[in-house]
Ligand binder design. Structure first.
Ligand code: CA
Length: 230
C-alpha cells in the first residue's frame, strides 16, 4: 500500500514539526506549508489524502483557505481537519460550516492527532466504524470514541488518552468490576505504557477531572475499579 500523504498548513513551525514527526512515525508521508497560499499550491500539486489546516494563518487565513480548497476541483473532496485555538467554539462551528470535516483544538496530544487523522481517513474510505466505537452515555457523561471527547452537560473535559480509554472501558460495562490487570491489558492494546501500579494514578487523575462525577468511578477494595450503575 502506498503511503497516505498528509498536508499540514500551519504557520507555527514548532507545532507543524510536532505534527509532522508524529504523522511520519505512523507511516504517513507529510508535506508542510507555512502560509495559506503555499498550502493551496501544494494541495493542488500533491493531491494529499488529508489536510490539517490551521485556522489562524497570516495573510490568507484558514477559513479562506478552506473555502478555496472546497471550490477547487482537485481538493473539493479532500478531508480537512481544522486546527483551532482552544475554547473558540465559534471558530469551530464556523470551520465546520465552511466545509471542514473535523476540527482539533490546540493544544492536542499526538495520540489524539493520530486517532483523528486515522478516523477521518477510514471514514473517507467508507470503512465502517467498529461497533464497539459507538458513543456512550452514562450518568449524563457523554463519551465519543471517534472524536476522543468526553462531555458532561455539554462541557468538554480535557482528558489524556489513557484517562479516556480508562473511562471508556469502565463505562462500557457499568457495575462490572475490572481488575487492574484487566485495565492494563485493555489499554495496553493501544500501545500505551500503563502498569498495574499506574492504574491507580490514572484513576485519581480521571476522578479529579470528572469533578462531582468522579465518585462514580468506584474502588472495589482488593479487586479493582468499576463505574457505578445508573
Ligand atoms: Ca497559526
Amino acid at each position: 500500500m502506498t503511503k497516505e500523504r498528509i498536508l499540514i498548513i500551519e504557520d507555527e513551525v514548532d507545532i507543524a514539526n510536532l505534527m509532522r514527526y508524529n504523522l511520519e512515525l505512523h507511516g504517513y508521508q507529510v508535506n508542510m506549508a507555512h502560509t495559506g497560499e503555499e498550502g493551496l499550491n501544494l494541495a493542488k500539486s500533491l493531491h494529499p489524502s488529508l489536510i490539517l489546516l490551521d485556522l489562524m494563518l497570516p495573510g490568507l487565513d484558514g477559513e479562506e483557505v478552506c473555502r478555496i480548497l472546497r471550490k477547487t476541483p482537485e481538493s473539493k473532496e479532500t478531508p480537512i481537519i481544522m486546527v483551532t485555538a482552544k475554547s473558540s467554539e465559534n471558530d469551530v462551528v464556523q470551520g465546520l460550516d465552511i466545509g471542514a470535516d473535523d476540527y482539533l483544538s490546540k493544544p492536542f496530544s499526538p495520540k489524539i492527532l493520530i486517532a483523528r487523522v486515522g478516523a477521518l481517513l477510514r471514514r473517507n474510505r467508507g470503512e465502517e466504524v467498529e461497533s464497539n466505537e459507538k458513543v456512550l452515555r452514562i450518568h449524563d457523561i457523554l463519551i465519543d470514541p471517534n472524536r476522543f471527547e468526553v462531555e458532561i452537560s455539554n462541557k468538554k473535559l480535557d482528558l489524556t488518552y489513557t484517562e479516556f480509554r480508562l473511562l471508556q472501558l469502565l463505562a462500557k460495562r457499568p457495575g462490572w468490576v475490572f481488575s487492574r490487570q484487566q485495565i492494563v491489558d485493555s489499554i495496553r492494546g493501544d500501545n500505551c505504557a500503563v502498569t498495574e501500579r499506574s492504574v491507580d494514578v490514572q484513576v485519581v487523575g480521571l476522578r479529579k477531572k470528572l469533578r462531582s462525577h468522579g465518585k462514580l468511578v468506584e474502588t472495589v477494595r482488593g479487586v479493582g475499579y468499576r463505574m457505578k450503575e445508573e
